[in-house]
Design a protein around this ligand. Structure first.
Ligand SMILES: *Cc1c(COP(=O)(O)O)cnc(C)c1O
Length: 418
């Protein structure tokens, strides 16, 4: 491992311990390569959890940011601003939506969507109808606010934070019958990730999404697609819904929208949006000119045939590389891909070792993610050069070859003390 370092000691003494950061500190990035504070280089297969979709220090984004930085950073939502109007126009022209709300994080975009869905049902049916149930799915992830951890389907994230918001029900993901049974006239919204990201890179089946759409229409509930992770080209279309044949009523997106500058959006129709009015919801930073200018450029650059086609081609290349590695080192029992969101589920003998595999890969110069204890996740930049992909997989294979024996047995010695 790199220097056993001052940064760990500093982290432990000055940071609230909600993260267990890796033992290196990235200080610079260029495209799909990152350098740490010791000058070592890494191939980035993470994009900062599907955020830096156009790579690090993209020249056009740097220029856009610098230009806006010299012009206007912030003026509050007491005023509108030109970059946000451009971005909203671009997003609505490209999607089913008529209008957009902006926030700073995925959780906040989902919070807005869930609040809006409750308000729509309240306005349409009255308080006495109690049309307030939110249907969500097991293993789903929707953010860390109290509402969104409660809606998310992983209890560990809401344990100990009660009392929690009420009126939320969970069913197994991709279970058409269970969902049909739970969605009824008392339901105001169904929220679903077209591909569960944090839950293990699990794509929703078309039949499942279609059934949710039908049930929502039948029971006058709103269908919310959480595209915080899948949006902005990640799965090979600008938004993942575009490849499913199912259109939601509300869509949220965040991670890649600002390529690292914090910005999120909630997209919806004019009619649904009209249930919010001035003062019912808002955000100080939401849609500030600095983030909006960058996001507008990100969407312009991503929403092109060449980038989106490039995602689909790279996806095949990633899968082929992983299959080839797996043919020599039987590590994975299943590979799942939605564009450049790829999950490799570990075989039985490596169960629970995703985090250790990340550590081993990092030590050999490649940055990976996990999605739960059993899935190694790959989310490289949408424009990652093929040479970088190949170099990253070569490094990964070397890492696995040398460390596999330690991984398959008890491997506590490999894990960094955290
Ligand atoms: C990351 C993520 C969120 C939360 O986004 P934050 O910006 O961390 O609040 C919500 N939903 C999905 C599907 C995500 O992947």
């Amino acid at each position: 491992m790199a220097t056993p370092y001052l940064s760990r000691i500093t982290f432990n003494s000055v940071m609230v311990p909600v993260y267990a950061p890796a033992p290196i500190v990235p200080v610079r990035g260029q495209g799909s390569r990152v350098w740490d504070s010791d000058g070592r280089d890494y191939i980035d297969f993470t994009s900062g959890i599907a955020v830096t979709a156009l790579g690090h220090s993209h020249p056009e984004l740097v220029a856009t940011l610098a230009q806006q930085a010299g012009q206007l950073w912030h003026a509050s939502n007491v005023f509108t601003n030109l970059p946000i109007l451009r971005l909203a126009t671009r997003l609505t022209e490209a999607t089913f939506a008529d209008c957009a709300f902006f926030a700073n994080s995925g959780a906040e975009a989902n919070e807005a969507a869930l609040k809006l869905a409750r308000r729509v049902a309240f306005d349409r049916f009255g308080a006495s109808a109690k049309k307030e149930k939110i249907v969500a799915f097991q293993q789903s992830f929707h953010g860390r606010t109290l509402f969104t951890v409660s809606v998310g389907g992983q209890q560990k994230y809401s344990d100990g934070f009660g009392p929690l918001p009420e009126g939320i029900a969970h069913v197994p993901f991709n279970d058409v019958e269970a969902a049909r049974q739970l969605i009824d006239d008392g339901t105001c919204a169904v929220i679903v990730e077209p591909v569960q990201g944090e839950g293990g890179v699990i794509p929703a089946s078309r039949d499942f999404l279609r059934a949710l759409r039908e049930a929502c229409t039948q029971h006058e509930a709103l269908l919310i697609f959480d595209e915080v992770q899948t949006g902005i080209g990640r799965t090979g279309t600008l938004f993942s819904y575009m490849g499913t044949g199912v259109t939601p009523d509300i869509l949220t997106s965040a991670k890649a929208l600002g390529n690292g500058l914090p910005i999120a959006t909630m997209l919806t129709t004019r009619e649904i949006a009209s249930h919010f009015s001035a003062g019912t919801h808002g955000s100080t930073y939401g849609g500030n000119p600095l983030a909006a200018a960058v996001a507008d450029k990100v969407v312009e650059l991503v929403n092109t045939h060449s980038v989106l086609e490039g995602v689909r081609d790279r996806s095949k290349h990633v899968l082929a590389s992983l299959r080839s590695i797996n043919s020599r080192i039987g590590l994975f029992r299943e590979l799942r891909a939605a564009g450049l969101l790829v999950g490799a589920e570990l075989s039985e003998s490596f169960a629970g070792k995703a985090r250790q595999i990340m550590d081993v890969a990092l030590d050999h110069g490649v940055m990976l993610l996990n999605a739960g204890p059993n899935v190694v996740r790959f989310a490289p930049a949408l424009n990652i050069p093929y040479e970088c992909l190949d170099e990253g997989f070569a490094r990964l294979e070397r890492a696995l070859e040398t460390q596999l024996p330690t991984l398959s047995t008890e491997s506590a010695s490999l894990a960094m003390p955290r």
